[in-house]
Ligand binder design. Structure first.
Ligand code: GLU
Length: 340
């Protein structure tokens, strides 16, 4: 869609030299899956001679905490990953995001949306034709696109505050993922600003990646469906698209996405069992390369992993942790075990 590029913002976010990033939300301690994604982003950046930075995605004041930001940074550092530049906090950058929304507004591609989540769910499942055919789950069906003035006044009179959405005409966007290869996704009218005034994830990520000169985006593959939306925003704002690498998620023994309820999956919990940072790196490394290190039986340094890292070898399927791995049954006998 080069024709819809908005040149207004082209020079606003200056691209710098190559840079990888890890962008956690400080809403809890990092678990093995998050640490593995961070490790891949670090290895990829280091191998390419690029900088590596951490960005705290603390847009949501209710779920984010500075304590978690601190513990996440400490855990990354314990494994040898320290941001090459000052850590940026999204909560301190709202002016930058609002600036980008103003650019989009000036181009006439922003509209107000008064829908509740429930209404969106209902409309999406009803017979209304979606604007672009089949849309990703949770996608917005375009209800408020052509809201007339009378309806808008009525909704405002009911005390509803609008979110801001992008008037998208992108349809489908293709991209090549470093891990997953050719990918394609439909783009809906993504939220730019929530109805409580907080800038939305996709907008903030696009603005920050450009502003920080990020050229490599490594993140979980649960976010791959957001990438076409982000590419559309980059095009509209005249920003470069980074290289994406979506890491297949780590799963617990039941096959669902790894979570803290699965047991000792955080560095602190593993440390309490006597598992060292070097052993965690060995376990993560064993999941990244074809290796017979035996996971926690060995200890490795992050530089040893770097020497062996090859993006071409990264597994393209999800990593399912066995119950034995989670219970620590594969730990060497000399390590202290937690009491039953
Ligand atoms: N903050 C997001 C998360 O923790 C990651 C966003 C991204 O990497 O683009 O899941």
């Amino acid at each position: 869609m080069p024709g819809r590029c908005l040149p207004v913002a082209r020079n606003r976010f200056v691209q710098r030299a190559g840079c990888g990033r890890f962008a956690p939300s400080p809403t809890g301690d990092l678990h093995l899956g998050n640490l593995r994604t961070a490790l891949i982003s670090w290895l990829l950046a280091r191998q390419d001679g690029a900088a590596w930075i951490v960005r705290m995605e603390d847009l949501d004041p209710v779920t984010s905490s500075t304590d978690f930001a601190r513990s996440q940074l400490a855990d990354l550092a314990a494994l040898g990953m320290v941001s090459d530049r000052d850590v940026v906090y999204q909560s301190q950058r709202f002016a930058l995001y609002r600036d980008a929304i103003a650019t989009l507004r000036a181009a006439g591609v922003v509209y107000e949306c008064y829908c509740t989540r429930r209404e969106i769910r209902q409309a999406a499942t009803a017979a209304h034709p979606a604007p672009h055919g089949e849309l990703p789950e949770g996608a917005y069906p375009g209800t408020c696109r052509r809201l007339d003035q009378a309806s808008r006044m009525r909704l405002q009179g009911d005390g509803r505050r609008p979110a801001l959405r992008l008037l998208s005409e992108a349809g489908s966007i293709d991209f090549t993922d470093l891990i997953g290869g050719a990918m394609s996704g439909l783009v809906d009218d993504v939220v730019l600003q929530r109805n409580d005034g907080v800038p939305a994830y996709n907008l903030a990520v696009v603005v920050d990646d450009a502003d920080q000169g990020v050229t490599q985006v490594v993140r979980g593959d649960d976010l791959a469906s957001s990438t076409p939306r982000q590419i559309e925003l980059q095009r509209l704002l005249g920003l470069r698209t980074p290289q994406y690498a979506h890491v297949p998620l780590v799963l617990g023994p039941d096959g669902s996405r790894l979570a803290k309820r699965d047991g000792d999956v955080t560095l602190a919990r593993l440390a309490a069992r006597g598992v060292t940072a070097g052993q965690v790196l060995a376990r993560l490394g064993a999941s990244l390369f074809d290796s017979d290190d035996g996971g926690v039986r060995r200890s490795v340094t992050i530089d040893e992993l770097l020497a062996r890292f090859s993006v071409a070898q990264l597994p393209t399927t999800r990593w399912r942790l066995s119950a034995a791995e989670l219970n620590g049954d594969d730990l060497p006998r000399s390590l202290p075990r937690s009491q039953p």
